[in-house]
Design a protein around this ligand. Structure first.
Ligand SMILES: Cc1cc2nc3c(=O)[nH]c(=O)nc-3n(C[C@H](O)[C@H](O)[C@H](O)COP(=O)(O)OP(=O)(O)OC[C@H]3O[C@@H](n4cnc5c(N)ncnc54)[C@H](O)[C@@H]3O)c2cc1C
Length: 464
């Protein structure tokens, strides 16, 4: 079944009217086999697996919607605008692709790579070649450093002669991929994450995908977990709407939420886990959306563009999303963090000026509508995606270790696919399997399909 935009909008309206699985309106169950905290990709994956094993599960979600960092805004523009994740990388091996197709959503291929702008002109073929060769050298140097005894920052691993491309390389391999600049990134973490050789987008948006996948689950929205008891007597979760006793708990909140102390744990979380969360803190990645009718940039559908930049004050442009007038300017890393702290007005002003600098001042005048995300200020996420600080890669494994009746999941716990939707999804399924091993399924759950190995060609990555 193909879902049209109208189908999707009416389905969304229906969800909103009834509240998706809103056990909040009805009383929360007092007992469940498993309480899952968080209805993002990891939480939905975990709950589906537990439910498939016929165990009683309840998902608690602090915000008023399903999806977490997969959030599609269908109101601001004439087409869905993904405020968080928008690409499924390496579609041949990405389990979300099949789930999206089965949910009746429409996927489209994203052109690989990106154009490069040098001031007001496109890079010449020779310049692009030179950039790509420099990028390959930089990646090789990071991979080489990752094989050393001690982890170092990606910046420390770089060759010293990146010349005019140094700023662009930092942006492409650092901020635009992970939300952190290369000086703040572990070379080992970076080297372990597979290259994003190909990518697909979802016409209805990845937030819509998560909503579809969570549709039949018991999710209690606007119900934050405030206190988790994970060992001793009285294992369970407290919320403002009441307490739920459970045999096991899966916690999928972001590493920054975990480190923030917003959720109380009894016993207190061991220092080992708290340190791990801190070493996997979230980078900063935000999206400024501009409605630019009549294609003033002269770019093709879903065409991506970066610039030859001297410093981190740069961005990634994605033009004409899926053939529409929606153009997005993504800012990230230290620069993106400082800009988003100044608010939406400053972000839109930057995006307009940046485009004017690259394409001429008519572009700024052509902006008809705008919006901007501020993920660092989103109270239940507090950032974009986890990226290990130098020496921090082993923390991902630490976060995966079960603690009493509690297991952590979420993108930060995936050793290679961190920072992605599929990584979060797989981590949720893994956590569910760990919990089912502990409490036992009522019926044999289908084993996780082994993931095909993706080719690890060192190439130009696909932009977010
Ligand atoms: C701007 C941006 C662009 C991105 N682009 C891509 C991309 O193109 N492709 C890609 O694969 N990945 C991308 N990512 C990363 C991807 O979105 C994440 O890795 C993934 O969605 C994380 O899922 P999760 O379940 O681990 O966490 P989350 O989605 O953060 O889910 C955790 C949930 O826990 C809830 N929660 C928090 N506190 C509580 C509490 N006390 N009680 C109950 N619930 C609570 C939160 O509200 C949230 O819904 C992007 C991320 C951002 C921000």
């Amino acid at each position: 079944m193909r879902m049209t935009r109208r189908d999707f909008l009416s389905a969304s309206a229906a969800f909103a009217a009834v509240g998706i699985g809103t056990a909040r309106a009805a009383p929360l169950p007092r007992e469940a086999d498993v309480v899952v905290i968080g209805a993002g990709a990891a939480g939905i994956a975990a709950a589906r697996r537990i439910s498939a094993a016929n165990r009683k599960v309840i998902v608690l979600e602090a915000s008023d919607r399903i999806g977490g960092r997969c959030l599609t805004d269908s109101k601001t523009f004439e087409v869905p605008f993904d405020r968080g994740a928008r690409r499924l990388y390496n579609p041949d091996t990405n389990p979300m692709v099949k789930l999206a197709r089965n949910a009746g959503l429409t996927l489209y291929n994203v052109p690989p790579g990106q154009k490069i702008r040098i001031g007001r002109r496109n890079a010449r073929a020779g310049e692009t070649e030179q950039f790509l060769a420099t990028l390959v050298r930089a990646k090789r140097a990071i991979d080489e450093a990752a094989r050393g005894r001690n982890d170092v920052s990606c910046a420390a691993a770089l060759p010293g002669d990146l010349d005019v491309w140094a700023g662009t390389i930092d942006f492409v391999l650092g901020a635009s991929e992970t939300g952190k600049d290369l000086k703040d990134l572990s070379a080992i973490d970076q080297a372990r994450s597979p290259d994003r050789i190909a990518a697909v987008g979802c016409k209805q948006g990845l937030g819509a995908l998560l909503m579809a996948l969570g549709q039949t689950l018991p999710v209690s929205l606007a119900t934050p977990a405030s206190h988790v008891t994970w060992a001793g007597r009285g294992i369970g979760v407290e919320t403002p709407a009441g307490r739920i006793n459970a045999r096991a708990i899966i916690v999928t909140v972001s590493s920054n939420v975990l480190a923030s102390g917003n959720i109380r744990f009894s016993p207190d979380l061991p220092k080992r886990q708290l340190d791990a969360a801190a070493r996997l803190s979230l980078g900063s990645y935000d999206r400024i959306a501009l409605w630019l009718p009549n294609n003033p940039l002269g770019l093709g559908p879903n065409e991506a563009m970066i610039e030859q930049s001297r410093d981190g004050k740069t961005a990634l442009l994605l033009a004409n999303a899926n053939g529409s007038s929606l153009c997005t300017v993504d800012v990230a890393g230290d620069f993106g963090r400082a800009l988003s702290a100044q608010g939406e007005g400053a972000m839109v002003a930057f995006a307009s000026e940046w485009l004017a600098g690259l394409f001429g001042s008519d572009v700024a005048a052509a902006v008809k509508r705008s919006a901007a995300t501020r993920w660092n200020a989103a109270p239940h996420v507090l950032g974009a995606m986890s990226a290990a600080e130098p020496g921090g890669q082993p923390s991902r494994r630490v976060l995966m270790e079960p603690l009493g009746a509690m297991v952590f999941a979420g993108e930060a716990t995936h050793e290679t696919l961190w920072g992605t939707v599929d990584g979060a999804w797989e981590s949720g399924e893994r956590a569910a399997d760990a919990v089912l091993r502990r409490i036992g399924p009522l019926r044999e759950a289908a084993p996780a399909a082994p993931r095909k190995k993706s080719h690890r060609r060192k190439r130009y990555s696909n932009p977010r």
